[in-house]
Write a protein that binds this ligand. Structure first.
Ligand code: NAP
Length: 248
């Protein structure tokens, strides 16, 4: 029986690239999304047309009840999750810390941090060999912003990704003897739609000359690092973070 992968926010951008590569590697894949059903179904159709197995399930990862239902749906349709990619993440419009209100901070923390914790909780309950599972792997999507801080743009977003780095280290140690590996990938500037929600749709082209490799990254280049960390090739790797930034 093949492994079961959940990609949160798997309908677009980096998540969609992970879902496609995961299916090609033999995983049965659940593509989670929040609102854009058409985009999620398009990725499912592509995977199925290529001979893979995939389903799309709507759930807001920031809502505990929806996360519980998401995992129960996967249990029924594909079997228990053995590979979790905590990819769903949001940006708010660029502004200074001096102008951020509590509602904005609550939204970004809920999706980027709480969502990752809740999905990891449900995954661990199914993966842990101490609880009758067969083990598994978790990859969290951090960001180079965790290192750079994103001043004048989105320090709130950068701080959520700093939290993800710490979450990765702590959780990895907590479940290392339960057959679960936990790692993170820190992308640099990647061509996806996320930059439009920050108010700068052409951000990658604006910034690409600041990257040592003088170009933005493609979602698939990030997805390859995620797939490696999930795979048995990374069997002794846990609690670490791979930068996929073109040297930034
Ligand atoms: P994206 O193109 O904006 O796609 C976001 C995905 O997340 C969509 O599938 C979206 O679904 C889903 N999503 C958003 N909020 C959700 C929620 N509350 N619950 C469930 N799904 C939700 O994003 P991306 O650029 O691929 O980024 C993916 C991850 O990489 C994020 O964690 C991001 O912070 C990180 N990252 C990206 C970059 C970059 O340059 N692109 C750099 C560093 C880190 P709907 O379409 O249905 O809303």
């Amino acid at each position: 029986m093949s492994d079961v992968m959940l990609v949160t926010g798997g309908s677009r951008g980096i998540g969609a690239a992970v879902a496609r590569l995961g299916a090609a590697a033999g995983y049965r894949v659940c593509i989670n999304y929040r609102g854009n059903r058409q985009a999620a179904e398009a990725v499912v159709d592509e995977i199925v047309a290529a001979g893979g197995r995939a389903i799309a399930v709507a759930a807001d990862v920031a809502e505990e009840g929806e996360v519980v239902r998401l995992f129960e749906c996967i249990d029924r349709e594909l079997g228990p999750v053995t590979a979790l990619v905590n990819n769903a993440g949001i940006l708010e419009r660029q502004c200074r810390v001096a102008d951020m209100d509590a509602a904005r901070l609550a939204r970004i923390l809920a999706v980027n941090v709480t969502g990752s914790f809740l999905c990891a909780r449900e995954a661990i309950r199914r993966m842990s060999i101490a609880q009758g599972g067969t083990g598994g792997a978790i990859v969290n999507l951090s960001s180079v912003a965790a290192r750079l801080g994103a001043p004048h743009e989105y320090v709130d977003y950068a701080a959520t990704k700093g939290a993800i780095d710490t979450f990765t280290v702590g959780l990895a140690k907590e479940v290392a003897d339960e057959g679960i590996r936990v790692n993170a990938v820190r992308p640099g500037i990647i061509y996806t739609d996320i930059h439009a929600s920050g108010g700068e749709p052409e951000r990658v082209d604006h910034l690409k000359d600041t990257v040592p490799m003088r170009r933005g990254g493609q979602a698939e280049e990030v997805a390859r690092a995620v797939l490696w960390l999930l795979s048995d090739a990374a069997s002794y790797t846990t609690g670490t973070c791979i930068d996929v930034t073109g040297g930034r």
